[in-house]
Design a protein around this ligand. Sequence first.
Ligand SMILES: Nc1ncnc2c1ncn2[C@@H]1O[C@H](COP(=O)(O)OP(=O)(O)O)[C@@H](O)[C@H]1O
Ligand SMILES: O=C(CO)[C@@H](O)[C@H](O)COP(=O)(O)O
Length: 488
Amino acid sequence: MTLVAGVDSSTQSCKVVVVDAATGAVLRSGRAPHPDGTEAHPDAWRAALDRAVADAGGLGDCTAVSVAAQQHGMVCLDGDGGVVRPALLWNDTRSADAALDLIADLGGPGAWAEAVGSVPVASFTVTKLRWLAEHEPQSARRTAAVCLPHDWLTWQLTGRPRRSGDHWEPTPAGSGSGSAPGRVGPPVGGAELSTDRGDASGTGYYSAATGRYRPDLAALALGHLPDLPRVLGPAESPGATPDGLLLGPGTGDNAAAALGLGARPGDVVVSIGTSGTVFAVSATPTADPTGAVAGFADATGRHLPLVCTMNAARVLDAACALLGVDHTRLSDLALSAAPGAGGLVLVPYLAGERTPDRPDATGSVHGLTLATATPAHLARAAVEGLLCGLADGLDALVACGVRVDRVLLVGGGAASEAVRRIAPAVLGRPVVVPSPGEYVAVGAARQAAWSLAGTPDAPVWADPGSLLYEADPTPAVRHRYAEVRDLG
Ligand SMILES: Nc1ncnc2c1ncn2[C@@H]1O[C@H](COP(=O)(O)OP(=O)(O)O)[C@@H](O)[C@H]1O
Ligand SMILES: O=C(CO)[C@@H](O)[C@H](O)COP(=O)(O)O
């Protein structure tokens, strides 16, 4: 049996699956937590990856591995390949003003949508580069290359960079996998960084529609042009690990989830992780000048229009903490209250918000009365509030012309029975819940198997099975949410 491994280095943790390359059956898995916070030193991701691999029983019997990771995180490297400063993550909103400045610099939101398919918000790498240039000019000047979390981890796995004191020492040029025809700048310390279309499209300086970087936009943000990773094809390998495992190209976590689920046009995936995302695989690119829908690429050569909220599973965590209950009890409480929670609405902007673009917003509760001041009403309002944000995202995708035949619900928050049962009511459509699984890591494993096979299309894997949840739509819940959403 040929085994391949997939990695999901996401916001809260690193997960590893070991999979039968022929069928996609998950044979082993492991995980390790990431540190809290909205900035992280990449070494912490590497340490968590090593722990998650050990937890999965090691990769000694695997033939290939690929890494998916949280999108957008700004990893700045100096000329020796050393990390310049901790990475600013997708959920770090300090670059909100930089986003506004960049939008103005290029002539408005429409100009960005046309240039790269997305209007930058604080999550995008390009805005973080502008923040760095303005607030830490010395670090900006030291930045010779910029990459993303999956790019950096993949580069680490090539074994080229060796730690020596405070520096990564690359293996001498010529010992790697070959030339770098697409590179924008010079190699970092002789080692080659690589990425893929999916993750590159979240930078704000790569167009999924044209398949090209916009180096001028990276330079506009940072003040000079950094080295940018070579963009690999969907099954193109960046090389091998020192132990001889073939590496897949890797991608962003949402693109990997789409691949892991085998999503096809007409499928809309709703993921409730640290972020809430609503996305679809599409043959054609989008360019939404309102900024709600980001025009990302997927991991198969197609497109991945996507809406992202910053408040999803952690809204449930916060509700648990507030009520002093665990997730099972929170779910029971939410299901014991009537739809609409008697008029109690929780607007869940606990970490600021990205869609709508309100980086400084805070959460709020509306409609608190003697009757609604109960744990059950609050639990229901928390579940409905986070789902209303995602329902708005689904509407935005539809407004961009995305077809919706099926809605699939995944991510850590999909383990909540209340979320599964209330989602079809709030979204107004039946919801398919695939068998519990780490679909981002499985998608990365599928990339690894694809690179190994060298076939034109990704390997066909068995359907993981699913449950269908149906409910009468509750449009009144969304109307009430819309009434208070923007009150602050
Ligand atoms: N049974 C559950 N009910 C609701 N939320 C859950 C449950 N189990 C885990 N979660 C939440 O899911 C989140 C982790 O989801 P995950 O998709 O792994 O996030 P990420 O990929 O962003 O790190 C955590 O906030 C966790 O508390
Ligand atoms: O910023 C986005 C998408 O644009 C997020 O979806 C990140 O990619 C983080 O994902 P999770 O850790 O929540 O899965």
